[in-house]
Write a protein that binds this ligand. Structure first.
Ligand code: F0G
Length: 390
């Protein structure tokens, strides 16, 4: 299989153990002469259906990730062909599993004994699960008090060593990079280019099922996923499997919006947000490590970025749950909130085909649900008492 690891800024080729270039640039996997051996026929969707475009040489560590449902959401909107791809249906309940199946396999392939990440929660849950399956030690750095309960529970139960730091995600990421460097652990944040390779299969599955949409909207935090999905679409075009490309739309929370601000000002660098804050804790990130890739994805695709308020996010979360039966965590709902904003502004037209990615499952963050919906009504165990409150 022909691929190499290349700096996106200066083009220098790197060994598989590198994460970034000496010039500071991010790395990406580039495929050459691939024998495409899958058909885009809407059948048997999964991450490993597209193995010929995944850069691993050994048998994958898999928990049967991918193949997530793509729902047509015409209860929410009839003017537009609106789909939701529900990544919460992955084994650990988020899209991170697509990246981890590849990243953890790569860790084994490179002979690593331990993996590590900083996380707003989902990356840690997924990494803990896949490293449990692979028999690797797992170390997790979290921002103390800011990670949704379900995610911490997963990381703990799957056997990771979970360390909460008194600092935000951006600080945790700086620290875990140092820990990995000095302790020889394999870094599984999205600065790891192999992880993004797994995540690009979201694009493959969308095309496999419905062809190329006009727009893809998704929440942006550390900015890996939007970069990965765009890479996926571009590869399908490069290998002659599609002719068109969608426009990529990054959605951020108002309190954690560095990508949105850069796009608004037409810049290709972000200015970090010092103290990011949002109810969507998964994307409470001020200094996204993949900003350069994400901005390229948005500009190359002629897409855009949009910011949404916490109220709009929670409104969209409720709407997905109550009108479409799709249970997502707050960050995930920002994609729908962004869609509604762009539809109202006339940016998205009637008849467009739109895919919103919902990145994580409702059960990841049960505490927010109780805040929004209140607690169950308690009554004595008696028929008449029950009838009174129906
Ligand atoms: N949605 C959810 C539910 C997430 O957990 C994340 C990122 C994103 C969206 C944003 O994706 O970082 O690729 O732009 N969560 C990371 C974590 C940061 O640690 O779990 P991104």
């Amino acid at each position: 299989m022909g691929y190499k690891l290349v700096c996106i800024e200066c083009g220098k080729e790197h060994s598989e153990e590198s994460y970034t270039c000496e010039c500071g640039g991010l790395l990406e996997v580039r495929f050459e002469d691939v024998d495409i051996d899958f058909e885009l026929n809407g059948k048997s969707l999964s991450v490993w259906k597209y193995r010929c475009l995944l850069p691993v040489k050994i048998e994958p560590v898999t928990l049967k990730e991918g193949g997530t449902p793509l729902y047509l959401c015409n209860n929410i909107c009839r003017d537009v062909e609106l789909y939701v791809k529900h990544e919460g249906a992955n084994p650990s309940g988020s899209f991170k599993d697509r990246g981890m199946t590849v990243g953890v396999t790569k860790a084994l392939e490179l002979g690593k004994k331990a993996v590590a990440c900083a996380s707003t929660g989902n990356t840690s849950a997924s990494m803990a699960m896949y490293s449990a399956k692979a028999g690797l030690k797992a170390y997790v750095l979290l921002p103390a008090g800011k990670v949704a309960l379900g995610k911490v529970a997963q990381a703990l139960m799957h056997g990771a060593k979970v360390i909460a730091i008194k600092g935000n995600f951006d600080r945790a990421l700086e620290l875990v990079r140092e820990v990995c460097e000095r302790m020889g652990f394999y870094l599984l944040n999205s600065v790891n280019p192999f992880r993004l390779e797994g995540q690009k299969t979201i694009a493959f599955e969308i095309v496999d099922e419905i062809g190329v949409p006009d727009y893809v909207l998704l929440p942006v935090g550390n900015a890996g996923n939007i970069s990965a999905i765009w890479k996926g679409f571009k590869e399908l075009k490069m290998f002659g499997l599609i002719d068109e490309l969608p426009k990529m739309i990054g959605v951020q929370a108002e309190g954690a919006n560095p990508i949105y601000r850069a796009v608004r000002e037409g810049k290709d660098e972000i200015e970090p947000v010092k103290n990011p804050e949002t109810v969507a804790t998964a994307i409470r990130i001020g200094n996204p490590v993949n900003a350069r890739k994400a901005l390229r994805a948005i500009y190359e695709s002629k897409g855009t970025a949009v910011q949404v308020s916490d109220e709009e996010i929670l409104e969209a979360q409720k709407e997905l749950a109550k009108t479409e039966g799709i249970g997502v965590e707050p960050a995930s709902a920002s994609s729908l909130a962004g869609f509604k904003k762009l539809l109202n502004e006339g940016y998205i037209d009637r008849g467009d085909v739109v895919v919103c990615i919902t990145t994580g499952h409702l059960l990841k963050d049960p505490e927010i649900v109780l805040k929004i919906c209140g607690s169950p009504i308690e009554v004595p165990a008696d028929f008449n008492e029950i009838v009174k409150v129906l």
